[in-house]
Design a protein around this ligand. Structure first.
Ligand SMILES: *[C@@H]1O[C@H](CO)[C@@H](O)[C@H](O)[C@H]1NC(C)=O
Ligand SMILES: *[C@@H]1O[C@H](CO)[C@@H](O)[C@H](O)[C@H]1NC(C)=O
Ligand SMILES: *[C@@H]1O[C@H](CO)[C@@H](O)[C@H](O)[C@H]1NC(C)=O
Ligand SMILES: *[C@@H]1O[C@H](CO)[C@@H](O)[C@H](O)[C@H]1NC(C)=O
Ligand SMILES: *[C@@H]1O[C@H](CO)[C@@H](O)[C@H](O)[C@H]1NC(C)=O
Ligand SMILES: *[C@@H]1O[C@H](CO)[C@@H](O)[C@H](O)[C@H]1NC(C)=O
Ligand SMILES: *[C@@H]1O[C@H](CO)[C@@H](O)[C@H](O)[C@H]1NC(C)=O
Length: 422
């Protein structure tokens, strides 16, 4: 699980670029949970490593954070402490609930990861910091994603895969070896993930004949999973019937446009409240002392966030699933003229590639950051209910499409007009 942390580089890079007068005023982060056991829904009937094995091996059942995963998050918390407490003196060294807001998706593994992260961050293994949940920046199961996937299935890229005999043979074999007769491309993630954890993280032998045959196909499964993850994040597909998937897909993803929209909203709120001392609303009373907002989430969340930052790979510059504890940090700074700018770091490595991808050569002026984000965001004036309504509107690229083909209900013409996304 080695993550290469490059502190020296970060340190030198920062020392060189940030003038003394610049001030960090707000920090947001999003991370993936630590090492976990296979997902309950991804352990097929013929799998030799059922839940009892995982309990023996890791002390926890399926879908859970392992003790290793907990330690990984303590370590990430320490790295964050090094930068934001020790080096920059930004967050107070002792837990102060007015300064920090931690949100988590509603899963034991993300909540426990957040707890462990706070223990590392505050260097206190007994700390039980409050974790807010459930955390979704938009509707967690936006139906538009499903509608977009139906269109993705019509693309020439998907059709080419579907008519590839080698792919079809692999899927047929997977179905018969796992006993999961209805598994299709999206479940290639489950197959890859469970095989990866069992045999490449926990180094188990094949265990039975079916598993041996599945393992023999691992390179092809792994490669197909890379392709699936790309498409799922709107990457690697040419525009199709007017749909630019690289924008459309992140717009409807919790970790993508919804997260970016939420983060930008809070950034704007921070600047407004800081600048408007007369505003004593509940929002500004909360926002003014707030320094750090973190979101504890999943590989999907990180992949979608990277896609909404314009990356063409699901794991930053690599294919595949973002690794455990992968973290993006969004820093809001004021320069010595009080102009706000953003720095976005991946795994705390100061990645010069991110500013480049978002159209900034160095520090990214906030306006530039917001403008480059617009194609990935839903209209910022929509509230949560309106976003949920948008998610439910059937997606039809033109009049020849039957909306009902994609979703189970149809909209009235006036409803469609209001929310017509195109
Ligand atoms: C079919 O898929 C296999 C891998 O699954 C790939 O090596 C091969 O190039 C593909 N063939 C075509 C014609 O795309
Ligand atoms: C599995 O093997 C790798 C490579 O040899 C090693 O780094 C890792 O610690 C092993 N995993 C476990 C759970 O022992
Ligand atoms: C704060 O408000 C002043 C006056 O309205 C404005 O000139 C300045 O740009 C604002 N600062 C920020 C960071 O928004
Ligand atoms: C699986 O795919 C990932 C992403 O392309 C690659 O980094 C990794 O080496 C592959 N693993 C194996 C065991 O083939
Ligand atoms: C403000 O920052 C700019 C750019 O980093 C630098 O050139 C300038 O010397 C700074 N001015 C002061 C007064 O610190
Ligand atoms: C805003 O972003 C668009 C692309 O989305 C770009 O064409 C335009 O030049 C940008 N405007 C500014 C002022 O940066
Ligand atoms: C956002 O939505 C509001 C209300 O529906 C509308 O008035 C506004 O024009 C929209 N803005 C953009 C940029 O689409």
């Amino acid at each position: 699980m080695g993550v290469a942390w490059n502190f020296l580089f970060v340190f030198l890079y920062w020392g060189f670029l940030v003038t003394q007068a610049d001030e960090l005023i707000y920090l947001q982060s999003v991370w993936r949970h630590g090492d976990r056991t296979p997902l309950r829904s991804a352990v097929w009937p013929t799998n030799p490593y059922q839940e009892s094995f995982w309990i023996k091996e890791t002390n926890v059942g399926l879908s859970q954070l392992t003790p290793t995963g907990k330690q990984q998050h303590i370590n990430l918390g320490k790295k964050l402490r090094d930068r934001y407490i020790t080096d920059l003196g930004f967050v107070s060294p002792n837990y102060d609930q007015r300064e920090i807001f931690i949100q988590s998706t509603n899963f034991a593994r993300t909540i426990q990861s957040a707890q462990a992260n706070m223990q590392g961050f505050y260097d206190d293994l007994n700390l039980m910091a409050p974790i807010n949940k459930p955390g979704y920046f938009g509707p967690g199961d936006c139906k538009r994603t499903e509608a977009l996937w139906r269109y993705i299935q019509q693309t020439p890229e998907y059709q080419a895969l579907n008519s590839n005999q080698s792919y079809q043979n692999m899927m047929t074999k997977i179905r018969s070896l796992t006993g999961e007769m209805y598994w299709d491309l999206p479940q290639i993630y489950d197959v890859q993930d469970t095989l990866y954890i069992t045999h490449f993280v926990y180094n188990q032998t094949a265990g039975n004949n079916n598993e041996e045959q599945l393992l023999a196909m691992f390179p092809q499964i792994n490669q197909t999973n890379d392709l699936y993850l790309d498409w799922k994040n709107g990457i690697g597909l040419a525009p199709y019937r007017g749909l630019d998937f690289s924008h459309e897909v992140p717009q409807a993803a919790d970790g993508g446009g919804f997260l970016l929209r939420g983060f930008i909203g809070l950034i704007n709120g921070k600047i407004y409240c800081r600048n408007t001392t007369s505003d004593t609303s509940a929002f500004c009373t909360w926002m003014n002392p707030l320094k750090y907002y973190a979101y504890s989430a999943h590989d999907d969340t990180i992949a979608a966030a990277l896609a909404s930052l314009g990356f063409k790979r699901t794991d930053y510059t690599q294919d595949g699933t973002p690794q455990y504890t992968s973290a993006l940090t969004f820093e809001l700074w004021l320069d010595n003229q009080s102009n706000p700018y953003m720095r976005v770091l991946f795994k705390l490595l100061s990645v010069t590639k991110i500013p480049r991808s978002i159209g900034c050569t160095n520090n990214c002026p906030l306006n530039t950051f917001i403008n480059r984000s617009m194609p990935y965001l839903l209209n910022s004036t929509l509230d949560y209910d309106q976003m949920a309504a948008w998610c439910d509107v059937p997606l039809c690229v033109d009049a020849s499409d039957d909306c009902n083909q994609y979703l189970n209900h149809c909209q009235t013409p006036s409803y469609r007009k209001i929310f017509q996304p195109f």
